[in-house]
Write a new protein. Structure first.
Ligand code: ADP
Length: 590
């Protein structure tokens, strides 16, 4: 039970702001059930009227005529049904709207929270699993609030009201009819604690499916080019089968619950029938009271069969609650700085920086480099030498283990993350476009930009020409579900964004690596224009791209092994010279 309680307590705490609605909805559910329990009493009263006539219970409130008593009962029945329906409507609306609000808020809270988590955390996560949590798990909770909460309240109300009534009528019959309840409750709690881990496993397996689907849909090009469709289909089949298997194991247990409960109910019902019947025959209780007992036993015990389904829903929801709230409670481990950069010159200093990814060997060792304000500096080196990692440190996606990185002499750890990232425009190899118009995609660089500024940025990025050929020009919808663009065109939009951002520091991380020669030449022209007077850091493996940089640092295995201008480095006859020879040699062959 303790294990089951924890997520509920977490959920209640989280729903603190909805306490009033929860109370109101709960009250409506309970009142509805009170009215719902009235008909057996009315039947008992009707039997009492026809059996005892002017000596009935109703006559004791002053209605002596038997016909009038029947009319009186009919009027009460109308009222009770009316109120029952009214409260059913009220609790339906309240719980369902609450479920909608809670799932909406949870999704936003979780997304808003994880968006602020550090990049390092994201790199460790499976996107598919995060999507499963924000969709499936949040919906699971919605389902419980929609149906489960009311069910639990109804069962509790039924048990309390009917047991009380039974004890009023005859405590001996009451004992018989409620005898199965402790058994049923004990069974339900046992069931609950045994099924909880199975549902946790189901959610885990659902997350695995999300992870796989996300991975495969993103990598469909690779799958197709390697004709890996069959292999991937098989992989999904196994993962999906795994999910079914996990669900089957939960179903096996949950399906056995109702038949077992029915047996317990049967015992209670038979006991009431026989023992209550005997008491009526020997005149201890009235025929009307006996009718109430028999009908009420049905009403008392039958809803308990639903306990299984409700606990089922509850346990599924709690497994999801844990996943959702765990995400929500993930702490931001990167402390934000408090300084705001103003009038940035853009001098960047990397001082004795060493860094290792969590649980990995060292990636950068004692790296020192300086980018004077307004100058262009390049970093070259073999794949895996740590170039992108250095950029991540500069943007403070991670913090170095040793040493420091400074902008205008201020350690980046002291600068507000928002201010730091506003001062840097990053153009990387992978361009993300949003499902919006071309115009809005460029505007991402500066949300306040005017249409004219956007067109100007597109023109500097040499993107105007192709944008004008799109069906609706700047208003053409692109990205997912929209018009598709080539790698070079996407890169031009990303440069336009950077132009619009107009940040004092510009970082190009392999920005021109995967585009054709013509696009590269165009991008080079744009870059020459936008890097002017701006601190620019270029990471490129095509050395022709960085030939004119003011200074070039050569990185190998996380260490700076040489630096200087292109001409210096070519004379040094070390790694840079070797790379240059290979690349110019390749160019010669073309
Ligand atoms: P480059 O940009 O020079 O190709 P990277 O900076 O991307 O090199 O990578 C440097 C090293 O760090 C590589 O060995 C790579 O495997 C490792 N690495 C990169 N990203 C991560 C990460 N998120 N977690 C662990 N190791 C990483």
């Amino acid at each position: 039970m303790v294990r089951g309680d924890a997520p509920l307590r977490r959920l209640i705490k989280h729903m603190g702001s909805h306490r009033k609605t929860v109370w109101l909805a709960s009250t409506c559910s309970v009142v509805n059930r009170l009215f719902d329990l009235a008909p057996p009493v009315l039947i008992g009263a009707a039997v009492d009227v026809v059996v005892r006539g002017e000596g009935s219970v109703i006559s004791s409130i002053g209605i002596v005529d038997v016909h009038h008593q029947l009319w009186f009962l009919a009027a009460i029945t109308f009222l009770i049904w009316g109120f029952e329906s009214l409260f059913q409507y009220l609790y339906g609306v309240l719980w369902r709207n609450l479920a909608q609000t809670v799932q909406h808020e949870l999704r936003l809270d979780v997304y808003g929270h994880i968006q602020n988590l550090e990049m390092g955390w994201f790199l460790e996560q499976s996107k598919g699993n995060l999507m499963a949590i924000m969709n499936d798990d949040v919906n699971q909770l919605e389902r419980f609030l929609d149906e489960g909460a009311t069910d639990l309240l109804h069962v509790a109300t039924t048990v309390i009201v009917i047991s009380t009534l039974f004890f009023i009528i005859d405590w001996r019959v009451a004992l018989f009819s409620i005898a199965p309840i402790p058994l049923i409750l004990w069974g339900s709690f046992r069931f609950q604690s045994r099924i909880a881990p199975r549902y946790a496993d189901v959610r885990l397996k659902a997350g695995n499916i999300g992870t796989l689907l996300e991975n495969n849909l993103t990598g469909i090009t690779t799958i197709k080019s390697f004709t890996g469709e069959d292999k991937e289909f098989e992989r999904l089949r196994i993962t999906s089968e795994d999910y079914c298997e996990s669900n089957r194991s939960a179903i096996k247990l949950s399906a056995s619950f109702v038949p077992l409960i029915r047996m317990a109910i049967l015992i209670g019902f038979t006991a009431t029938l026989i023992f209550g019947g005997e008491l009526t025959l020997n005149g201890t209780i009235e025929v009307g009271e006996f009718s109430i007992l028999v009908f009420m036993t049905q009403r008392l015990l039958w809803p308990l069969t639903r306990l299984g389904a409700t606990f089922d829903l509850y346990q599924r929801a709690m497994a999801s609650t844990n996943r959702v709230l765990d995400l929500l409670e993930t702490e931001v481990s990167m402390k934000d700085g408090d300084k705001t950069l103003v009038d940035v010159d853009g001098k960047v200093n990397v001082q004795s920086v060493s860094f290792a990814y969590p649980e990995r060997d060292s990636t950068l060792e004692e790296v020192n480099l300086e980018i004077p304000a307004g100058k262009t500096v390049a970093i070259v080196g073999p794949t895996g030498s740590g170039k992108t990692t250095l950029v991540r440190l500069l943007l403070r996606f991670y913090d170095p283990n040793n040493g420091s990185i400074q902008i205008d002499g201020i350690d980046v750890r002291e600068i507000k993350l928002s201010s730091l990232r506003k001062s840097i425009a990053l153009v990387s190899q992978r361009v993300t476009l949003f499902p919006e118009s071309v115009k809005e995609n460029i505007r991402y660089g500066n949300l306040d930009a005017t249409d004219e500024e956007i067109e100007n940025a597109a023109s500097i990025a040499e993107a105007i020409e192709f944008i004008n050929t799109l069906p609706n020009g700047f208003d053409t919808k692109i990205g997912e579900g929209g018009y598709k663009l080539s790698g070079g065109q996407r890169q031009r939009l990303s440069i336009a964004r950077a132009v619009l951002k107009d940040a004092p520091i510009l970082i190009l991380d392999e920005a021109t690596s995967s585009v054709d020669n013509e696009t590269e030449a165009a991008l080079q022209r744009s870059l020459a224009q936008i890097s002017e007077g701006r601190t620019t850091l270029i990471i490129a493996h095509r050395l022709s791209t960085i030939r004119n940089a003011d200074n070039i640092f050569v990185l190998e295995n996380g260490k700076v092994i040489e630096s200087g201008t292109h001409d210096d480095l070519v004379l040094k006859d070390k790694m840079y010279k070797r790379l240059w020879d290979v690349q110019t040699g390749m160019q010669d062959k073309k």
